[in-house]
Design a protein around this ligand. Sequence first.
Ligand SMILES: [Zn+2]
Length: 200
Amino acid sequence: MAAYNLLSETDTIKQDTSTNPLTQNADSKWHDPVDNPQITLHNFSGSYDPDFSSFGGHRGRPHTGLDIFAINKKTKIYACMKGHIVFSESIPGYGKSIVLEVDKNELEKHRKNYSLKYDKEVIKGNLYDSGNKRYILYAHLNSYEFRKNEVEAGDIIAISGVTGIAEGTHGPHLHIEFSSKKLPQKGDGYKYRCNPLCYI
Ligand SMILES: [Zn+2]
């Protein structure tokens, strides 16, 4: 509730914060990637354009993640689940990034019946359901804050930033992806990925 002056800039992603009974054991615990996650409502030019931030957002190319409002150098980024950090390096376009590997079955306990809300939004690509591991990618980070690669839900792993966006942005954000493939490749598009709003 600290960000009253930001309310006009953002859109609440979820209202219901009640605890899912399936999340009681430590392996299945969940923590949102930022406190009070809200989708960014403005595009990089500063115009009101929430569809720009969604998974599938219109940019003339696939937007393969979700943009969540995050203040540059201030917002704490959390491990959503118990997992293993398998990558922490810069990626062109993504900037400083972290990939957290989690168990597919544990992640699926947090899947919601999400109904598409934005114009170009999609639910998932056709290869998302393959394999036993899932990968949560956090991008545009300012700094890495984890001490060991094994993390629990709610551990702070990074501070948000604006790295990887050469042209700058009017909507400082965390770009987050859920994938069945460890690292994104050019041309994959939505193929291995899922709309993060199915979980966040
Ligand atoms: Zn993005």
